[in-house]
Design a protein around this ligand. Structure first.
Ligand code: ZN
Length: 193
């Protein structure tokens, strides 16, 4: 990925509780850290992000995103993540309204908009969820990243960018391609159209 020009690697952490699937935890992040200089954008799809945040930071995460649906005191969690020395993000599921993150979003470094239901790769992009980026951009202004995660391909990436997203997660579109560097180039070219 790095040789193909990728600067940020997005790590989808699932706990089998907040979402039905299980992926990996801090030990795998630590192993990855040894072979990559990329920014590790760690997306915690877990029920208790505060409990595990420090373990992910020690493992080498540069950024941690938690889900608004999983926490009671999001502002305090953002403060805690900043104290740990990482940037902080808040994410919202497709059915969660923008109002749920309106207070905490301006305190974050990134807002992550889920355009599929979290838990499994390879799902279809939900355009109505991506549209929330327009309102989020109004709330956070130009300096906070707005990231889209789920169902991105060379068509849906154009929609995501048109709504104001500036950071795009692509999994299936890259890793299912025989030529992964070519897939990245195609996504970037589509985003710039
Ligand atoms: Zn993700």
């Amino acid at each position: 990925m790095e040789s193909a020009g990728v600067k940020i690697v997005h790590l989808d952490v699932m706990d089998g509780h907040f979402v039905p699937n299980i992926t990996f935890g801090p030990p795998v992040v630590a192993k990855l850290r040894k072979c990559s200089k990329a920014v590790f954008d760690t997306h915690l799809m877990i029920s208790d992000p505060k409990k595990y945040a420090e373990d992910f930071v020690k493992a080498g995460s540069d950024h941690i995103t938690f889900h608004i649906e999983a926490v009671d005191e999001p502002e305090r969690l953002v403060e805690y993540l900043h104290q740990l020395g990482v940037t902080a993000g808040v994410s919202l599921n497709p059915e969660t309204p923008v109002e749920a993150i309106a207070d905490v979003a301006p305190l974050c470094d990134m807002v992550l908009v889920m355009t599929v239901h979290p838990g499994f790769g390879g799902q279809k992009y939900i355009d109505s969820a991506a549209k929330k980026c327009t309102r989020i951009r109004e709330i956070v202004g130009p300096d906070i990243r707005v990231e889209i995660d789920g169902g991105i391909n060379t068509e849906t990436i154009k929609s995501a960018v048109s709504y104001g997203a500036d950071t795009i997660v692509a999994g299936h579109a890259i890793f299912s391609a025989a030529d992964r560097a070519g897939a990245i180039d195609a996504l970037l070219a589509a985003a710039q159209q």
